[in-house]
Design a protein around this ligand. Structure first.
Ligand SMILES: [Zn+2]
Length: 338
């Protein structure tokens, strides 16, 4: 299948292990080159906007967009972002209408889609994003695809702890001011704060310890905080409970009624279960939705228990084929509705 072949071509760019196309690096550019070439092969008119986002327009209904992103986390999977782009090109080529977009820097705070909506457009009339679920819900439900109801809001920032450096051998325990011990307590509080709020999650994924000697009491520790919740009020509660100042913040965004309904109808008409689910991950579709673009997302089942941001991320060829089919028919309906 051409989609799988193209996913492999993109996966090979970073040189492995895993997909390695972080935003702003030559590997992301190389992936955009591939996508631009495929768009031209499909007969699309290719444009690059001021932020580096790539758009391939067909002659008809090019104000309805499908697409996703090509940047990855370090050692990412084959499907995250790349599937939505490759499937999007396939769908636009197949139905001969609509446009396919590739956003820059999704993994680092949706830089490309944010730049697009801040600049004020031109924004699409509707946006569909096909994406791997990155979670276990569809696999557990035995459903190959599902439709997203809303995208969680998230906040990212840091917490800083300052102590006093000292000799690990000669400084008695009762006079120490160890920044890492303070940080460790805070990390447990981050977890507790999320556990107490329904649907919330919070993660500390980075830890920077200075001066970083094995025989030196830590003086400065910086930890990252990633906090998410499905409703704005709960996100506020979570941020307050953790006690950090978000640097990036994206409110939760609901997917639009019409494109959601069209995706569901296409799923049901194929005799498949109508599964709807929230997205725990942020996506470009959330940024566009928040800017008023009617947006919807089609999730394709993740295998391996929903593992993602990992080389073991997996979806089957059959599920992908089905998802491309649903996406193409939904695009056709949206792009032909004036
Ligand atoms: Zn993604």
């Amino acid at each position: 299948m051409r989609v799988s072949k193209r996913l492999e071509q993109l996966y090979a760019i970073g040189g492995g292990p895993g997909a390695n196309r972080p935003h702003g690096r030559a590997e992301e550019d190389a992936a955009h080159e591939f996508a631009g070439g495929w768009m031209k092969e499909a007969g699309l008119a290719v444009e690059v906007d001021q932020s580096g986002n790539l758009l391939g327009r067909s002659p008809v209904g090019a104000d309805v967009w499908v697409g996703s992103h090509l940047d990855t986390v370090p050692r990412g999977g084959r499907f995250d972002g790349a599937l939505g782009v490759v499937a999007g090109i396939e769908a636009v080529e197949r139905v001969g209408c609509g446009a396919v977009v590739v956003f820059r820097g999704e993994e680092v705070g949706c830089i490309g889609s944010r730049a697009l909506v801040v600049r004020g457009g031109p924004l699409p009339r509707a946006f569909l994003e096909l994406h791997i679920e990155q979670g276990p819900v569809l696999e557990r439900a035995g459903a190959p695809v599902g439709v997203v109801t809303s995208i969680v809001g998230y906040a990212r920032g840091e917490l800083l702890f300052e102590g006093r450096a000292g000799h690990a051998g000669t400084t008695p325990m009762d006079v120490r001011d160890d920044a890492l011990v303070a940080a460790a307590e805070a990390i447990l509080q981050v977890r507790e704060a999320a556990v107490r709020i329904d649907g919330a999650v919070a993660t500390v994924g980075q830890l920077a310890v200075e001066p970083g000697g094995s025989n030196v009491i830590p003086e400065r520790v910086r930890i990252s905080v990633d906090a998410r919740a499905p409703h704005a009020r709960r996100l506020d509660e979570l941020i307050a409970a953790i006690g950090f100042e978000p640097v990036h913040r994206t409110p939760p965004s609901a997917m639009a009624e019409e494109p959601r309904r069209i995706l569901l109808e296409e799923i049901v008409s194929r005799g498949l279960p109508a599964i709807e689910l929230p997205s725990g991950a942020g996506h470009d579709a959330g940024i566009l939705a928040a800017a008023g673009v009617p947006s919807a997302m089609l999730f394709v089942r993740s295998l391996n228990g929903g593992l993602s941001h990992s080389p073991d991320e997996l979806s089957s060829e059959e599920d992908i084929e089905l998802a491309v089919d649903v996406l193409a028919d939904a695009l056709r309906r949206l792009a032909s509705a004036a």
